[in-house]
Design a protein around this ligand. Structure first.
Ligand SMILES: Cc1cc2nc3c(=O)[nH]c(=O)nc-3n(C[C@H](O)[C@H](O)[C@H](O)COP(=O)(O)OP(=O)(O)OC[C@H]3O[C@@H](n4cnc5c(N)ncnc54)[C@H](O)[C@@H]3O)c2cc1C
Length: 373
């Protein structure tokens, strides 16, 4: 098992890396009983209706992962200034507003005139909005627009995990991480609602973590549940609350917000830093995600592939879970079943065998649901 901090999900501990190993996918200690549908108040939860026939689409995306953490740094680019804002691994939605705010704070003071942002994923769009809010005109230059970005594929849980290795980061970077998390946490809260597709949900997670941790403020109302308080076939279940972002809707709205505020968007691909330098703007934000591997030669930046199976929507599912079986996030556009965390996989296409395993794993979990109230 890999160190917990390096995994995609989990309050502080998550054992879901076993999905592709093909064994032991169901939460430990499971007993097979017929699933029952009751209410959350009784400790029972309606199970997800999982079957291959209910899969409406499958997706795979490449998380832009750096063991030493995301890059928010300003440097000269010839006679221009470039601020990098990329490499957020499996936590780019979570950290977006905060990381982009750090980037804006590095770039904007003392600057005059229009600003360029490269990339239209979550980092590019949030950076562009913050630049506009600070009063600067902005143009986004990008190879691809939503819905064709990695950000659109993200499950959208606000959870600061799966983006660095604990033994590779510096105290200075940790301070950036905490500052980014703090602002994101507050910014997402004021956007909750149907417009941006953001909502709070109780989340059940297989974890035996205890004791104080710097990230505790981002897990409000966390509780360790007894066997009678949840329907999962597992012994160590914790429940906390967090926000979930329907990424397609969120990114569409952000794109509109940029345009309503006068921002321009130009489809353009950059092959070299020299091409970036030839832009008319004197301040440039690099929000190219995994694209920075080729464009700026960041070899530490590596893909971590994630695959999802999406089931028909089930509006009565108003909770999420994560554990040995994988994770489940319910959204208006479907029930997301994940998830894999495959290092150094550059092929962003869903693999039918892996998808079948994901579906089978969640199906076993749903069948083992028990109602103990
Ligand atoms: C399966 C999966 C599940 C995930 N779940 C979550 C989650 O629940 N919570 C969470 O917080 N995060 C999650 N993530 C992580 C999140 O998706 C990423 O961290 C985030 O999308 C990175 O955003 P970005 O804007 O940096 O990159 P991207 O979304 O990849 O955007 C990069 C932009 O740059 C452009 N670009 C790239 N190269 C060039 C170039 N050379 N020239 C011009 N333009 C260029 C691209 O076209 C694109 O517009 C998940 C990821 C995956 C794959």
């Amino acid at each position: 098992m890999e160190p917990a901090f390096d995994l995609p999900l989990g309050r502080r501990q998550f054992v879901g890396a076993g999905l592709l190993a093909g064994a032991g996918l169901v939460l430990p200690g499971c007993t097979t009983t017929s699933a029952r549908t009751t209410s959350v108040q009784t400790g029972c939860l309606p199970p997800v209706n999982v079957s291959p026939e209910r899969v409406i689409r499958t997706v795979a995306g490449l998380r832009p992962y750096r063991a030493s953490g995301f890059v928010v740094r300003a440097e000269p680019l010839g006679d221009k200034k470039i601020v990098h804002n990329y490499g957020h691994g499996g936590a780019g939605i979570t950290l977006s507003w905060g990381s982009s705010r750090l980037a804006a704070e590095l770039g904007l003071p003392g600057h005059q005139g229009p600003v360029a942002v490269i990339g239209a994923g979550v980092m590019g769009l949030t950076t562009a909005r913050l630049v506009q809010e600070a009063g600067f005109p902005v143009t986004i230059y990008t190879k691809a627009l939503p819905p064709d970005t990695t950000s659109n594929i993200a499950g959208g849980q606000i959870s600061p995990f799966g983006h660095y290795r604990d033994d590779k980061v510096t105290p200075e970077w940790r301070a950036q991480f905490m500052a980014a998390m703090d602002y994101s946490w507050r910014r997402f809260q004021i956007m909750v609602g149907d417009d941006y597709g953001i909502r709070w949900l109780p989340t059940y997670e297989e974890s035996d973590t205890e004791g104080p941790h710097p990230l505790d403020p981002y897990f409000p109302d966390v509780a360790k549940l007894g066997q009678s308080e949840h329907p999962f076939p597992a012994t160590n279940i914790q429940r906390f609350n967090t926000m979930y972002v329907e990424t397609g809707r969120f990114l569409r709205e952000l794109t509109r917000d940029v345009q309503i505020a006068g921002g321009r968007i130009q489809v353009r691909t950059f092959a070299t830093p020299a091409e970036v330098q030839s832009l008319p703007e004197r301040l440039i934000f690099n929000c190219t995600g995994l694209g920075s591997h080729a464009l700026f030669g960041d070899r530490e930046l590596r893909p971590v592939r994630g695959q999802l199976a999406i089931l028909l929507p089930q509006p009565e599912i108003r909770y999420a879970y994560a554990g040995e079986a994988g994770y489940m996030f319910p959204r208006a556009d479907g029930i997301l079943l994940g998830g894999t965390f495959e290092r150094d996989e550059w092929d962003a296409t869903p693999q039918p065998e892996d998808i079948a395993r994901i579906v089978a794993s969640h199906q076993r979990l749903a069948r083992a649901f028990r109602c103990t109230a």
